[in-house]
Design a protein around this ligand. Sequence first.
Ligand SMILES: *[C@@H]1O[C@H](CO)[C@@H](O)[C@H](O)[C@H]1NC(C)=O
Ligand SMILES: *[C@@H]1O[C@H](CO)[C@@H](O)[C@H](O)[C@H]1NC(C)=O
Ligand SMILES: *[C@@H]1O[C@H](CO)[C@@H](O)[C@H](O)[C@H]1NC(C)=O
Ligand SMILES: *[C@@H]1O[C@H](CO)[C@@H](O)[C@H](O)[C@H]1NC(C)=O
Length: 415
Amino acid sequence: MMAVLCLALIPFVFLLLVTLLPHANAVTRKPIVIVPGVMGSQLEARLHKTSSSHMYCYKNYDKWYRLWLDMDDILPITQNCFKENIKLHYSTSTGRYSDTEGVDIRVTDFGNTTGIETLDPNIASASYFDVLVEYFVKLGYTRGLDIRAAPFDWRLGPAELLERHYFDALRSLIESTFASQGNRKVTLLVHSMGALVSHYFLTTFVTENWKDKYLDQYVTLGGVWAGCSKALNALISGDTDQIFKLSSRLYVRPLERSFPSDYWLLPIPSNDTWNTSVVLVTTPTSSYSAYDIHKLIDKLNYPNGPVMYRGVVKSTPRPFLPPNVTTHCIYGYDLQTAESFHFGDINSFPNGKPDIGYSKGDGTVSLRSLRVCQKWEGQQVWPVKSYEMKGADHFGMLDDRDVLKIIENLVVSSN
Ligand SMILES: *[C@@H]1O[C@H](CO)[C@@H](O)[C@H](O)[C@H]1NC(C)=O
Ligand SMILES: *[C@@H]1O[C@H](CO)[C@@H](O)[C@H](O)[C@H]1NC(C)=O
Ligand SMILES: *[C@@H]1O[C@H](CO)[C@@H](O)[C@H](O)[C@H]1NC(C)=O
Ligand SMILES: *[C@@H]1O[C@H](CO)[C@@H](O)[C@H](O)[C@H]1NC(C)=O
């Protein structure tokens, strides 16, 4: 009898829950726009080349295909075609960069998250923002509507992103997200080099009034605020970490040297970051701090390097300016992080493999760069809060439950 009664009650209780819950628990979700890090946006290409240095490379391909990343295209032989297509070319007469002749390049699905969730959908290890985006979708977000992304051509520096209208596109994306979500202010969520890109946007591209109107807050994950010495190693002797595991250092180095983004990521000297007593590179005859990077680049036998470096430094005159937006700065610490590079014998510079000196950081970026945002407390009227996550890795933090929970608390509220 009791059991029958209970069973009979179920539909009623269910009905009660369904009608009561939405009212008792109205959930507000702040719209999110994501700016990813270096190498963190898929790139698509289309080919109409008149020549190629390799007879086995396609010259014509009129459909957009995924240039970055298709693991099959960076195997020992196919990588020659890939490298030719993705390289940038600097002109000393105009001071501008161009793509390889006959190659068009664009990002995948600007505004949606597709192009940043994974770099190569066929390879699990190439996943990037997928866990984070899925986490917010489970909380009620919808891809392309209130969780969106602004992928960018991560080969470029600030001047080229400006020239190719990336910052216009980012501004329009934030405005249209705001408008389509009932005039709710947007949370700008950035990772790694996305911090440099978005910081440039906030401090040089949009006005104070614009930020007040459209942005709720700036949430930064592992921001490379003052650069990263790993980028220095890539320029000097080539870096095959992560993606290019199958290639040799000297094979990928010309590619890394051709991207202005690599110069943008170099350590930015200051008393609070890499000061004159922090040695980044030594050879038997010289030692270099972040203040000496221009001298170091002069020694690399890469004729365009010095002018490319100067161009980026000139485009980013005030890197540490407070963004004047409510800021939540989340980063890992206490992991061994490669910071300095030592060439024991003069013949090993710059082509040999250096000995590495370590400092603390998030495994990729040194703490002195990650915590630049702390300085903004007291430099701007908007709140700044830092979250130091012990042991959170630069990339692993995107899948870290504690980090996701912090972001959730910043963007989802029930009232
Ligand atoms: C965004 O991409 C997802 C697939 O990743 C798709 O299901 C969704 O319809 C897209 N949203 C918009 C608004 O285009
Ligand atoms: C931030 O606000 C201060 C004080 O109003 C102002 O001097 C500064 O130029 C602003 N910075 C940016 C990046 O707009
Ligand atoms: C940097 O620190 C040195 C030594 O403490 C000091 O002499 C110099 O004025 C500082 N520079 C700046 C820009 O604060
Ligand atoms: C440079 O920074 C280190 C910390 O990394 C500090 O111990 C040292 O005093 C600083 N030197 C100058 C000249 O500011």
